[in-house]
Design a protein around this ligand. Structure first.
Ligand code: GDD
Length: 325
């Protein structure tokens, strides 16, 4: 029997890579799209050879009736809940929308699944942003690290994480939480720091721009590649029992390290081009992330193939191709 998967947020970075992975594994892949006034933007990140295999439906995480309609029609075996307002800085500008889409949206989905297809397996896209500034004594965050989020986005994700655990325990539903650390790729939105830095550095190299304005250069993140991380999502739903898993590389770099690496790869001295602009600072900052993914390695057999450097090199190559045209 062909397995049916439903991906909310299929048009995002992770949704596009996950759709590719599931199609390669023979799944029938359905995606939920939120209406966008520019129709092309709805599927811009999905390559054409993948797009032709997808089945897409309009629905919105804030509209439970639309989710119910889609679930009744599809009756998916697996549901990957990737939809969210996922930009941390923007969550301070739009806190209520973020809480509705990223937090209440998950509860809308859980209720819709409970009422229409309670045997579907659900993956919830949790985030390392949920930890806030808590770090275990050995310098890592892991599944057991307390969660004290420092952004509206982080707060909404903690609600989703907790309500998923509550539904799993209360109703015996198969619901697993991923706790994914930052993951990037050429398909990353260019208002996230990695792709912003790479894109702007390439433009500077080619004489198309003079400088780049950034926020906090001292924050540290554990950056992996989205292509590796969607494999972890899939593995999480192939288990016999639902559970929670951290997905990370275990290596942390500062934003300054990131900038220095990218400019250096382009033979540029970053100190000549980088300006700090308060506009990109957060009212409260999460200073340091480094994840321990031992549980995912041991139980799921997951590992990451990309390093920080190979990931950034892929992104540099991508933007060079775009701008050298
Ligand atoms: N976006 C952005 N733009 N971030 C900047 C900038 C800038 O100009 N300058 C410095 N930074 C710093 C931010 O303050 C933050 O400390 C770090 O770069 C990373 O920012 P983002 O790339 O925006 O990612 P994030 O860590 O806030 O959130 C991402 O990772 C989470 C997992 O921990 C998002 O993908 C979240 O959706 C995800 O859950």
């Amino acid at each position: 029997m062909i397995k049916k998967a439903l991906i909310t947020g299929i048009n995002g970075q992770d949704g596009s890579y996950l759709a590719e992975l599931l199609i390669s594994k023979g799944y029938e892949v359905w995606g939920v799209l939120k209406r966008n006034s520019v129709a092309e933007n709805q599927t811009a990140r999905i390559p054409n050879d993948i797009f032709k295999h997808l089945k897409l439906e309009y629905a919105d995480m804030t509209d439970m009736s639309s989710l119910i309609k889609v679930l009744i029609k599809i009756q998916p075996d697996e549901i990957y809940n990737l939809a969210a307002q996922s930009h941390v800085r923007i969550s301070f500008d739009q806190p209520i929308y973020t809480a509705n889409a990223t937090g209440m949206g998950t509860l809308n989905l859980l209720e819709a699944v409970r009422l229409t297809c309670p045997n579907s397996k659900i993956y919830q896209a949790g985030s390392s942003e949920m930890f806030g500034n808590n770090i275990d004594k050995d310098g890592y965050q892991r599944e057991t690290t307390p969660m004290s989020p420092v952004s509206p986005y982080g707060c909404a994700k903690v609600f989703s994480h907790n309500i998923c655990t509550n539904y799993r325990n209360s109703y015996g539903m198969f619901i697993s939480n991923g706790i994914l650390f930052n993951h990037e790729s050429p398909r990353r939105g260019t208002n996230f720091v990695t792709n912003k830095v790479v894109k702007e550095a390439v433009k500077i190299k080619l004489g198309l721009s003079k400088n780049i304005k950034l926020g906090n250069l001292d924050a540290s993140r554990d950056w992996g590649h989205a292509k590796d991380y969607v494999k972890c999502m899939w593995l999480i739903l192939q288990q016999d029992k639902p559970d929670d898993f951290v997905c990370s590389t275990g290596i942390s770099h500062t934003v300054k390290d990131l900038v220095a690496y990218v400019f250096n790869e382009l033979d540029l001295d970053w100190t000549q081009y980088v300006l700090v602009d308060k506009k990109y600072m957060r009212p409260e900052e999460l200073e340091f992330l480094k994840g321990d993914c031992l549980k995912a390695k041991t139980i799921l057999g997951w590992k990451h193939d990309y390093t920080f450097e190979t990931m950034l090199n892929e992104m540099i190559t991508y933007w060079k191709k775009v701008y050298e045209k």
